[in-house]
Design a binder for this molecule. Structure first.
Ligand SMILES: N[C@@H](CCC(=O)N[C@@H](CS)C(=O)NCC(=O)O)C(=O)O
Length: 275
């Protein structure tokens, strides 16, 4: 692992690192915030998965998470959203290819050789972080924004023993019925839609749910509401009797101004379940 930068931040450290990934067969950059508490004792980890067009950097600089994570003694990990490189498959549109990995393992050409973001985020990066940082392997929470909210919810519901807490900001909530989902799943996973259901939060919620309360915030001024489909997941939570809240926030759009407005609540939610 190569250190790109490390800066003191809220008494802890905000770092950016690079490593050669086996899962994605390319160099991957990620960011980690370590709170001061980690100098004494291993700390729980909150994974933050970002949305379309983002790198490790967007949430690191705009989500305002570090101050609250410092207060509650949580490490934060910000992975990138896809493999990257000139030799790696890409697409002209912003919502497919580099910057749009959708947290799945691609099975289709030309994506399959590098677009293995499910394995990267759930296996390879956790092992690396556990090796390199003073974190508790048995205390993981996961959250994310938009495409990253989709990743957080689907990963948590699929691996409930690994994650003790989950939340999301404006998640893509029913991708098998949305152009933010159908387009990417057919490219990455192929036309057999039975392979898509494992990556749809509304379906996973209806069939499995999650073992601890789920916190979701959604801005009502979000210009992507038609693509995000919060109603489907809200209905699935109600049908399941899922503990938690889907909070509709008046006037907020899809931007990081929305994310940073509710970050404190999300950090508190995870800290309560992880400590
Ligand atoms: N670029 C797209 C929108 C993509 C978008 O809103 N991305 C969100 C996540 S889905 C984001 O966080 N963008 C980066 C940023 O705001 O820093 C468009 O023009 O429609």
């Amino acid at each position: 692992m190569e250190i790109i930068s490390e800066n003191k931040c809220f008494g802890g450290a905000q770092g950016v690192y690079k490593h050669a990934s086996n899962a994605t067969q390319c160099d991957m950059t990620f960011a980690v915030f370590m709170p001061a508490q980690a100098k004494q004792t291993p700390v729980p980890v909150l994974w933050y998965l970002s949305g379309l067009t983002c790198t490790h950097e967007n949430a690191m600089t705009k989500a305002f998470a570090q101050g609250f994570a410092a207060e509650h003694g949580l490490a934060l990990v910000f992975p990138d959203t896809s493999p990257r490189g000139d030799d790696i498959a890409n697409h002209d549109e912003y919502d497919l290819g580099q910057g749009a990995g959708f947290y799945v393992n691609a099975t289709q050409k030309p994506w399959a050789p590098h677009f293995q973001m499910w394995d990267y985020v759930t296996d390879e990066l956790p092992a690396l972080v556990a090796n390199e940082f003073n974190v508790r392997g048995d205390a993981n929470g996961i959250t994310g924004h938009s495409m990253g909210g989709h990743g957080a919810l689907t990963i948590a519901m699929t691996l409930p023993d690994r994650y003790q807490s989950v939340s999301a900001f404006a998640p893509i909530a029913n991708p098998t019925t949305s152009d933010w989902g159908r387009k990417q799943f057919s490219a990455y996973l192929g036309d057999d839609e039975t392979t898509w259901v494992a990556h749809d939060a509304s379906i996973l919620m209806r069939d499995h749910g999650f073992h601890s309360p789920v916190l979701i915030d959604q801005g009502l001024g979000d210009n992507f509401l038609d693509l995000l489909k919060p109603q489907s997941l809200n209905d699935a939570m109600a049908a399941r009797g899922q503990a938690g809240e889907y909070r509709m926030q008046d006037g907020y759009d899809h931007s990081y101004y929305f994310v940073q407005s509710f970050m404190e609540d999300h950090i508190k939610h995870h800290a309560a379940l992880l400590s």
